[in-house]
Structures are given as C-alpha cells and as structure tokens.
Design a protein around this ligand. Structure first.
Ligand SMILES: [Zn+2]
Length: 317
C-alpha cells in the first residue's frame, strides 16, 4: 500500500500498526534504527512486541519508536497519533479537541492533550533571522488576543469581569517577511525594550522594516531601513504598510473564535505556534508534505500533562 495523499487515505493507512511503525521509523531514523542510549546501530527488532533491542551491554536495552519524541509516555498508539498529526496540520482553521476525540474514538481530555503535544512539534525551531537578502521587506506589528467574555464559562466570567476588563488580553507581536515566513511571540508589554529586542532577535540588520507609528519602534532606523505608516492617517503608503500581518491576525483570530470555545492566556502561545506553522507551510505544499514537516519536528521534544495544565500529579489516558 502506497503512502497516503489524502485524509481519507491517511486514516485507512495509519489504522495499520505496521504502516505506522514503518512510516515513523523511516522519518526519525532515516539512516537506520539507532539505539537512543548508546547510539549503536547494532539492534535487533522484536516483531511480536514492535520493539528494538540493543546488542550492547547497558540498561534500557529495549526501546520503542516513540522514545525521545512527543509521543513517548503516551498510552495511545501511533494509529491514533499519526492520523491526529495529519488532521491538525491539514485543517485550515485548526481542530477542536471534541472533534478530534470523535474522529479518533478517544476521550476529549486525551485529544486535548494530544493537540498540545502536536502544537509543540509545530513550534518553529528556526534560528535564522528574517530578511538579510537584498530587497527583503519586513513588517512588524502587535495585536491583543483573548478577553472575550462570551467565550468564557459563567464561573470564569464572574470571577474575571470585575477588574479592568483587559487583564485577560494578551499582547502578541508578529514579524513577517513578505513572501516568506511569519514569527509570532507573546510579549509582556508593547514597551520599547520589549518590541525592539524581538525585532533585533528576528530580523537581519539592513532590512527594510515597516511598522505603524508607535513610539516603541523609534530608534530602529540606525539598524534598519525603518519606515512608518501612521494608522491614524492612512493604512497604506506605497509599500509601507503592515497588511501582511493584518491578514495573519485575522486568520489567527478567526481560527481561535471558530474552533476553540476559549483560549486561556496561559495556552495562547501554543495556538500561535499552530497557526504560524500553518501559515509558514502554506505554499507549494500538499497535506502529505505538511504532515511530514510536522513529523520531522516531533523528535527531542517532551511535554508532560503537568506542564500543559500546571497541575502536578494529574494524568491522562
Ligand atoms: Zn545501545
């Protein structure tokens, strides 16, 4: 059976545990199965248990394909995980945990936890700065997300709608290279040191930089060809605008409002990672390509239930 190209084919293909094992082992060990403890390739496959055993003398000789990935410690098999990765990377506006639970036949709590782990895999690990090439144009902008009372449970609403009304809003900064990638980051404030540190961290000096007329961006002209558009006056001034990011913000907010009942500020960065991955992998890529891009990033990452929820001692099945 050939590798799947559509969601329907993926569901059928990954229902078979051997297909899952073959696909995932080939992705994570492209040069052959390697012992995670000693790095040796002298390993023997135990077909009945779908495990490998290292021939060298050390503890933890036996290992599964899930070791050292976001799937480790999960009681769910790859027959659930691989379709889940396919579903979330191919869905245009994201997928709710209820929907994923129904599709895979698992509990909503399990699906919720899966989604968070998959978002961790979708997190961009790129250390390359944007821009730098001749003619590179970068937009930087901020927005606020959250704080929608209608999306909250009544008890949460009653607890929260007492103060200033903005404490549930989270400031998010976006930096976008036209024709290239977007980066997003939750920021503590829109003050100058915070925003400028992000610009310098993500943008190569010398690039053209377009922002709105916010004092926090003042002073970047020494390192960038910085031009501002005063949103009180106009939104576009020739090439000087932040419409690329405006489009990204509307995609992000539509995704959050349409798919998720509510997003706790604590979890917002994970939704950002998800939407950023989707945006950065939108062009010239098939669903199968996006699936493989996410799968290539599941290694070397761990996320425990306590880390996601902040609750120690609670587990999920
Ligand atoms: Zn070994």
């Amino acid at each position: 059976m050939k590798a799947p190209a559509t969601l329907q084919e993926a569901i059928i293909y990954f229902a078979d545990a051997d297909n899952c094992l073959r696909t995932f082992a080939a992705e994570r060990w492209p040069d052959g199965v390697t012992c995670p403890t000693c790095g040796s390739k002298e390993v023997k496959f135990i077909a009945t248990r779908r495990l490998w055993e290292c021939k060298h003398k050390h503890t933890r000789k036996q290992f599964s394909v899930k070791i050292g990935t976001i799937f480790e410690d999960s009681p769910l098999g790859l027959e659930k995980w691989l379709p889940a990765v396919w579903i979330i990377t191919s869905a245009k506006n994201g997928v709710s945990s209820c929907e994923l639970a129904r599709t895979l036949g698992i509990t909503q709590k399990s699906a919720w936890f899966m989604l968070h782990r998959i978002r961790l895999a979708m997190q961009s690990g790129s250390l390359m700065k944007l821009g730098g090439k001749g003619g590179a144009e970068i937009e930087a902008d901020e927005t606020f997300i959250g704080g929608k009372a209608r999306n909250m449970h009544l008890s949460v609403r009653q607890r929260r709608i007492t103060g200033t009304g903005t404490k549930d809003k989270v400031a998010v900064m976006g930096i976008l290279e036209r024709g290239g990638e977007v980066r997003t980051v939750v920021v503590q404030s829109r003050r100058k040191p915070v925003l400028q540190a992000e610009v310098r961290k993500h943008v190569e000096a010398g690039s053209a930089l377009y922002t709105d007329f916010l004092l926090s961006y003042e002073g970047l002209a020494s390192d960038y060809a910085h031009k501002v558009v005063d949103h009180a006056v106009e939104y576009v001034n020739g090439r000087v605008h932040t419409n690329g990011l405006e489009n990204f913000w509307s995609l992000l907010k539509r995704g959050i409002a349409g798919t998720y009942v509510s997003v706790e500020p604590f979890h917002l960065f994970r939704y950002l990672d998800e939407q950023t991955f989707r945006y950065n992998n939108r062009k010239n890529m098939s669903d199968a390509d996006r699936f493989r891009a996410a799968i290539s990033q599941v290694m070397g990452k761990r996320l425990t239930y306590a880390e996601v929820t902040g609750k120690v001692g609670e587990t999920v099945n």
